[in-house]
Write a protein that binds this ligand. Structure first.
Ligand code: FAD
Length: 389
């Protein structure tokens, strides 16, 4: 398709988005709302037929059975002007501006958005695969629920593998498991122990302090500076790099995560296959026509938790930056590390955390924030991923 400007015929630019998760769908929808189709063709390439509301893994591990409510067909969530290719990207040729997919297709782009999220890397903690239970997907969450439900005594050890993955959901699991076991009348026979690498649960002191207070209230003991190194199923223990050991009857720990292999292979990333970006514009430092959104991205100077909130905020910045480039609208919007979230803290309460430039404002424990957290999937599918915020 071409459009004419006087005698001049100008082909629309092609924007390719890699990844059909929260960041990819949200960015595509925002772009299609801002840029007229004669200026840009928007294509999304991804390999998930359904989008799941990930925080629901937590609810399922604690007994929710609302599976269908927590997943939607990707096509149903994309605006009609967006073209969707179900495929796996295997490489980016950044110099020649094209991507190569598993099915053998090569697509040229003018702009590329990497929104390919994270992949599990259980091999980083030998012995953990299958033995450390988690709620990162709904099947594993259901398995964890069965085990938790059957637990009557012993040590429930909960922790975080590393700093790439946000430890907030492990913290929430500990708090909610305390209440779940209390309701079943077995809490007094089960010791809940929480561990985390480094000196703070999150690298934002005020949030960590609040989380430690909550864990203290719930009589959950904490082991800091515990970077998991190895799990021994036979002995029922997890060892840390620092030389400590924790015995468990049930171990709950998300799998360690890394960026996707193709990002590294294409020379766009080094550490953990996460793509470093210019923090304000989310552009790749070497190739400014490549942007990054969501979990796939690395920030060099500020801490940004990998959450739905930060991903949605970043998608807005990229959409505005591209709509300015493509003659749409004027914008001077910059990303400043914003990451809003609500955190369960027990007793049907939650607190809000508004992260910005590595610091955070924290709200009081409130039932309204608990309500937002409980109904989050409705807002997620009807507003957030549709690009309305
Ligand atoms: C258990 C759990 C609980 C969470 N709880 C919360 C919470 O309570 N609040 C919160 O704000 N956040 C939470 N998060 C984090 C949140 O889900 C993520 O930050 C967010 O989904 C990141 O979006 P993304 O688009 O970057 O990545 P993803 O949503 O992971 O999407 C990446 C997409 O890229 C696709 N893809 C990957 N590689 C390729 C490839 N080579 N080719 C094509 N497609 C590819 C994948 O299939 C996927 O669809 C949680 C995450 C988990 C796992």
């Amino acid at each position: 398709m071409c459009w004419s400007f006087g005698d001049l015929m100008v082909a629309p630019k092609r924007i390719i988005i890699v990844g059909d998760g929260t960041g990819g769908i949200c960015t595509a929808n925002k772009l299609s709302a801002r840029i007229p189709p004669e200026n840009a063709e928007i294509m999304i390439v991804g390999n998930s037929p359904k989008l799941s509301y990930r925080p629901a893994g937590l609810a399922i591990s604690l007994g929710s059975r609302d599976y269908r409510k927590y997943s939607k067909d990707v096509r149903f969530l994309l605006n009609s002007k967006i073209s969707y290719r179900r495929d796996t990207v295997e490489g980016v040729d950044a110099r020649n501006k094209n991507i190569l997919t598993k099915s053998g297709n090569r697509y040229d782009y003018d702009y590329l958005v990497i929104a390919s999220g994270l992949r599990p890397s259980p091999e980083d903690i030998p012995g953990s695969d299958g033995e450390a239970k988690h709620f990162q997907d709904f099947n594993h969450a259901a398995e964890l629920h069965t085990l938790l439900d059957g637990m009557t005594e012993g040590d429930l050890v909960i922790g975080s593998p590393d700093s790439v993955y946000s430890p907030t959901s492990s913290f929430e699991f500990a708090v909610l498991a305390d209440e779940f076991l209390g309701r079943k009348g077995v809490r007094n026979k089960i010791d809940i122990k929480f561990f985390f690498p480094g000196e703070e649960i999150l690298p934002i002191g005020s949030v960590s302090t609040r989380m430690m207070e909550v864990l203290g209230r719930k009589n959950i003991s904490c082991t800091e500076n515990f970077s998991p190194k190895r799990v021994s199923q036979r002995n029922g223990e997890i060892a840390s790099e620092e030389g400590a050991l924790l015995k468990y009857n049930l171990l709950v720990m998300p799998q360690p995560m890394k960026g996707q292999g193709f990002v590294c292979k294409s020379g766009l990333a080094e550490k953990n296959c996460l793509m470093p970006v210019q923090e304000a514009t989310l552009q790749n430092e070497k190739f400014p026509e490549i942007f990054g959104v969501g979990d796939a991205v690395d920030f060099k100077t500020m801490y940004v938790p990998k959450t739905i909130g930060s991903t949605v905020m970043q998608s807005g910045v990229v959409a505005e930056e591209l709509s300015r480039e493509l003659g749409g609208k004027y914008t001077d919007r910059e990303y400043r590390g914003e990451a809003p979230l609500h955190v369960y803290c027990g007793d049907k309460l939650a607190f809000s955390v508004n992260v910005k430039q590595g610091d955070a404002n924290i709200g009081r424990d409130a039932s309204l924030d608990y309500h937002f957290r409980q109904t989050g999937s409705d807002e997620y599918f009807s507003v957030l991923v549709r690009g309305m915020i």
